[in-house]
Design a protein around this ligand. Structure first.
Ligand SMILES: C[S@@+](CC[C@H](N)C(=O)[O-])C[C@H]1O[C@@H](n2cnc3c(N)ncnc32)[C@H](O)[C@@H]1O
Length: 168
């Protein structure tokens, strides 16, 4: 019974990727890099932060550990969704949603965090432009785009580009 349940969970986790034309495998933002991000962005209590493909939930957990802002993590993989949900269970201001961010309503996001490959980042940009309010920010880890207005780049101590900050 227990192995069958594990197998079912694994299959449910893999299926969305097999069905999607735009696959992004799970690869978490490095914790040491999140330190650079936290030091260099200001999060106000009125912010609503979306992590598009929240993986194991680490970005929201780290960025919002001492914040009253609201957070939403959207994750396609049921296993990662469950991990995020568990990990962030004590954060009443963070909601983890199982689903496809390409189909989600992103209107209330004041800051959208993306760690996506170039193909899917380009795919979601028209949706971000259409739904986010003027002044909203997009943070893209590692992946740069020419199709959004770049505000700044957060680099590590060696000068390597880490986070590209864009504005709508
Ligand atoms: C590179 S990982 C980044 C995880 C997390 N944001 C971080 O930085 O640690 C990308 C995540 O996006 C998820 N993902 C891929 N396509 C998705 C989609 N269309 N909707 C929701 N999540 C998706 C993957 O399952 C994976 O967990």
């Amino acid at each position: 019974m227990f192995p069958a349940l594990i197998l079912l969970i694994l299959l449910l986790s893999i299926f969305p990727f097999l069905l999607s034309n735009f696959r992004v495998i799970f690869f978490p933002t490095e914790k040491v890099h999140l330190n650079y991000l936290k030091k260099n962005i200001h999060i106000s209590d009125s912010d609503v932060i979306y992590d598009l493909g929240c993986g194991d939930g680490r970005v929201l957990k780290y960025l919002m550990s001492d914040s009253k802002a609201r957070g939403v993590g959207i994750e396609l993989s049921p296993i990662l969704y469950l991990i995020s949900k568990f990990r962030l269970r004590k954060f009443k201001n963070i909601n983890i949603v199982l689903g496809d961010f390409l189909k989600a309503d992103l209107e209330e996001a004041s800051l959208a965090y993306c760690f996506l490959n170039k193909k899917i980042l380009e795919k979601i940009i028209p949706k971000l432009r259409a739904e986010l309010k003027p002044g909203a920010k997009i943070i893209s880890y590692i992946t740069e785009t020419e199709n959004l207005r770049q505000m700044s780049i957060i680099k590590d101590s060696t000068g390597q580009d880490l986070f590209f900050i864009y504005a709508i």
